[in-house]
Design a protein around this ligand. Sequence first.
Ligand code: HEC
Length: 111
Amino acid sequence: MKYIFFSFFVLRLFASDEFITKDEYAKMLYHNPRGIGCHKCHGEDGKGLELGRYKDGNTTVIIKAPNIKNLPFKRFKEAIEAPRHKLMPQYFLTDKEIKTLYYYLKKEDAK
Ligand code: HEC
């Protein structure tokens, strides 16, 4: 009986990939885009986060990741594919993956 249960569990594990919904996939990709998750800097909702601050003489410099929710798709895609950023790491994502991330951020908008 134990073994039957176990093989059922293993089958479920392998099968789960096929039954993942588009929304689940989009969320997964935003959190794990073959590199550091977008949410770590741009926040769960894509509205951006403060990453740190330091003093430069009398002024405080705030380091932020921008809001990426309301960008036109072209700008979104070009930014992700750009080879050089000041802070953001470089990603190697397919067109489909970039579209999925864009979809994810738009979807979060609707809430
Ligand atoms: C280490 C922090 C960090 C991570 C992780 C990160 N970003 Fe960024 N992102 C930034 C910062 C900071 C900028 C502003 C440009 C710069 O200074 O590098 C930026 C800029 C952008 C821009 C351009 C915004 C604009 O107004 O043109 C987009 C789009 C973007 N990020 C999307 C993403 C996506 C999608 C992911 C995940 C695949 C991601 N970022 C992961 C920090 C990060």
